[in-house]
Design a protein around this ligand. Structure first.
Ligand SMILES: O=C(O)[C@H](O)[C@@H](O)[C@H](O)[C@H](O)COP(=O)(O)O
Length: 265
């Protein structure tokens, strides 16, 4: 069972949820996502959802089961990746394959509404192509635009964080964290293999309406503590600390080991 909402010291529109087990976290994440699906389907006639790779996909397992399998209006979903490895879609490193095997193959989202990268292109080409795809979907009204930032405003980004504090393929100390113009960019020297990836930039991540940051395990306690402490300084920020929504709601889905270094948990 969730012991939360517990502390919420990350800002006015930030919530910290701490769960006793991965099972409890998955139950809550499914309910949260299904409620947002209903809200955006009613308000906009579409629900734009961004996925990361990693352990996040396992945490979505409850959405593929009753009651959500039947109750969610999957026909409204449009699915994107916050980052993708530049490998063929059937490669074991592919975030598309991970999401397809663990989630997308189990729910009836129309295949034309699942926006994978063009895996025939180079990293640079795939980033350009993905950005062009997003621009077209903004034009069609599928993806909303943020009037505050001038960047696309995804309804929900479901993200994970690495033990070094990276999110998407935005790594600590890498110049890509400072990208201010592009919507999608590429990296050829990712410290986490494989090296070639495309990634959303911070302006796009931070223009979201909702972010669920799913972080479990003691290996991530350091960056969680840094991100949720009050002692943030303007220099030397980890990527997770740069994820600050302009006008949205940021919810941490964590477990006890992940928050074990927090003072007032
Ligand atoms: O392609 C990737 O590598 C992922 O999208 C990456 O950003 C991931 O979300 C984090 O590394 C967290 O992964 P874990 O939850 O597995 O630690």
């Amino acid at each position: 069972m969730a012991t939360a909402p517990a502390a919420s010291d990350a800002g006015s529109k930030s919530k910290l949820l701490v769960f006793d087990s991965k099972e409890d976290l998955a139950v809550s994440l499914a309910k949260y996502t299904a409620e947002l699906s209903e809200k955006f389907a009613a308000e906009r006639g579409a629900f734009t959802v961004v996925l990361s790779g990693g352990s996040l996909i396992d945490a979505l397992s409850k959405l593929t089961e009753p009651p959500y399998l039947e109750s969610v209006d999957w026909s409204k979903w449009h699915v994107f990746w916050v980052d993708e490895r530049v490998v063929p879609k059937d490669h074991e490193d592919s975030n598309y394959k991970l999401a397809f095997d663990g989630f997308l193959s189990k729910v009836p989202i129309p295949p034309g509404q699942v926006y994978a990268i063009n895996d025939a292109l180079s990293a640079e080409g795939a980033a350009d192509d993905y950005e062009a795809c997003l621009k077209q979907l903004v034009k069609n009204g599928v993806i909303a635009m943020s009037t505050a930032t001038g960047f696309p405003r995804f309804d929900l980004q479901l993200l994970g964080m690495g033990p070094d504090g990276h999110i998407a393929s935005l790594f600590p100390g890498h110049p890509l964290v400072n990208e201010k113009e592009r919507w999608v960019t590429y990296i050829k020297d990712s410290p986490k293999p494989p090296p070639e990836r495309i990634t959303f930039t911070f302006p796009v991540i931070n223009s979201s309406a909702y972010i669920a940051m799913v972080v479990t395990g003691a290996g991530k306690a350091g960056p969680v503590q840094k991100a949720l402490s009050d002692k943030q300084t303007s220099s030397d920020l980890l990527p997770i600390e740069m994820a600050v929504l302009q006008d949205g709601e940021f919810t941490w889905f964590t477990d006890k080991p992940a928050v074990s270094l927090l003072q007032n948990k």
